[in-house]
Design a protein around this ligand. Structure first.
Ligand code: UDX
Length: 439
């Protein structure tokens, strides 16, 4: 199949590479000339494990191309996929201007029947609007299909090649058959549905996962007060197949380019039809509050934070990515600076991105996790990178001014930190001894 993908951001690029990998001819289009020339040289603008290797292979065999020439790319395609960004407006609503501009250009370029699939996350009803936009610009027949994307950063290639499900929202047999054939090699769980439901499945899925995270974070906060251990609680809950064990890891809250944006957008979508989505509003509020637990624990450990040297382990919103969009680290570090702390940072890949958002004379970046904590009064673990989880705790205790770890991801166990002589503040866990005493 000849596929043209518009937008070479995260979703567009990963999808393009994977569609090429399963044997299609893929052309990725972007109006950013610098980006296209970088991609043609085999350089990728994002950090995603395995992406470069797969991109190189598919470019070398001539299945994957990059261009700024949208007209030519649309005219030769059986299927055009729109994967441009839908960033949040200040109201929380998704900004659809990139989608609108892309489909206008597609409408003007098409020269026969075309299927246009929207992969960008768009509010319910957008695909119908897209149809209307295109219809005003072309006389050629076309179909619009919704194919929401569920890939996670850091495991985007695996998620795309082995998806749990493929959702196809279409109102035309011809178009849904084309999309079904394209995805058949990837999954035997392909759900055909109507366009509105497909759009809603994406928002509802992300909102539900965000709800699980905020739920377990609140349980963690209660665990601390009643002497329970959230890790045990999550394990016990997850054994119930109706609940499942995933997305029950307590921590400092969710970040990234999807959950914060999509939860707020769904609240807005509901509000537009005069529905007050109370549950989801609380999920967002709990997520915002959860990060301040780190500051509270630091105050508990050190008293005042003015003039204290605080190290931060991990800046990315999760491991496996250099993405710091909506990462809790941004607000936590900003707050620490406001409280007069001196900051030492370590992250294996996200440091540059972080400093672009938040540079400050009281911040120093280090290339080594141990070096970053040397002479520090405390360290806050914000991203569970493997290299941090496997650090030698004895050495950590030796080089710190006071050996205090505030563990925002619950990666260490009590025995190891105790053996190393570290004062340990995890999330939602009380020590087994405390638990026995409190009962
Ligand atoms: C998410 C969805 O999983 C994906 O389907 C969608 O397409 C895009 O949004 P992503 O943002 O890449 O993917 O990351 P994900 O692994 O889902 O984690 C999101 C955030 O939740 C991270 O900040 C992570 O640290 C946090 N999280 C996740 C928890 O705090 N606890 C958990 O149990 C799981």
């Amino acid at each position: 199949m000849k596929i043209t993908i518009i937008g070479t951001g995260y979703v567009g690029l990963v999808s393009g590479v994977c569609y090429a990998e399963i044997g299609n001819q893929v052309t990725c289009v972007d109006n950013d000339k610098k980006k296209i020339s970088m991609l043609r040289d085999g350089e990728i603008p994002i950090y995603e494990p395995g992406l470069k290797e797969l991109m190189d292979i598919n470019m070398n065999v001539g299945r994957l191309h990059f261009t700024t020439e949208l007209l030519e790319a649309v005219r030769t395609a059986d299927l055009v996929i729109v994967a441009v960004g839908t960033p949040p407006l200040s109201t929380g609503e998704a900004d659809l201007s990139f989608v609108e501009s892309a489909v206008h250009q597609v409408a003007l370029a098409m020269n026969g029947y075309l299927v246009i699939a929207i992969k960008s996350t768009v509010p319910v009803g957008t695909n119908v609007r897209v149809k209307q936009w295109i219809a005003t610009k072309t006389k050629h027949p076309f179909d619009v299909v919704s194919i929401p994307e569920f890939m996670r950063e850091g495991s985007a290639i695996f998620d795309t090649m082995h998806p749990d499900r493929i959702i196809i929202g279409a109102d035309s047999k011809r178009a849904s058959t084309l999309l079904f054939e394209l995805h058949r090699p990837l999954s035997d769980q392909i759900m055909l549905t109507d366009i509105h439901s497909a759009e809603m499945i994406k928002y509802a899925s992300n909102a539900f996962l965000a709800t699980k995270i905020s739920f377990i974070n609140e349980i963690a906060n209660i665990c601390e007060k009643v002497g329970a251990d959230v890790e045990e609680v999550a394990l016990g809950m997850g054994l119930d197949r109706r609940i499942g064990s995933s997305f029950l890891k307590a921590g400092i809250g969710y970040g990234g380019s999807c959950f914060p944006k999509d939860t707020k957008a769904l609240i807005q979508i509901a509000g537009n039809v005069e529905y007050d989505f109370k549950l989801l509003k609380s999920v967002v509020e709990v997520n915002q509050m959860q990060r301040w637990g780190i500051i509270e624990k630091l105050k508990q450990a050190l008293g005042t934070l003015k003039g204290r040297k605080i190290a931060i382990w991990g800046l990315a919103f999760k491991p496996g990515t250099d993405d710091v969009r909506e990462a809790p680290s941004l607000e936590i570090v900003a707050k620490l600076l406001e409280l007069g702390a001196k900051i030492r940072l370590y992250d294996p890949v996200a440091m540059d991105n972080f400093l672009r958002y938040l540079g400050h004379p009281d911040i120093i970046g280090f290339e080594d996790a141990l070096e970053a904590v040397t002479g520090c009064d405390a360290v806050c673990l914000l991203t569970e990178w493997e290299v941090i989880c496997e650090i030698n705790l004895k050495q950590v205790a030796e080089v710190m001014a006071s050996p205090i770890i505030i563990d925002g991801r619950n990666v260490f166990d009590y025995e190891s930190v105790k053996k190393a002589g570290i004062i340990y503040f995890p999330i939602g866990r009380s020590k087994p001894m405390d638990r026995i005493q409190s009962t």
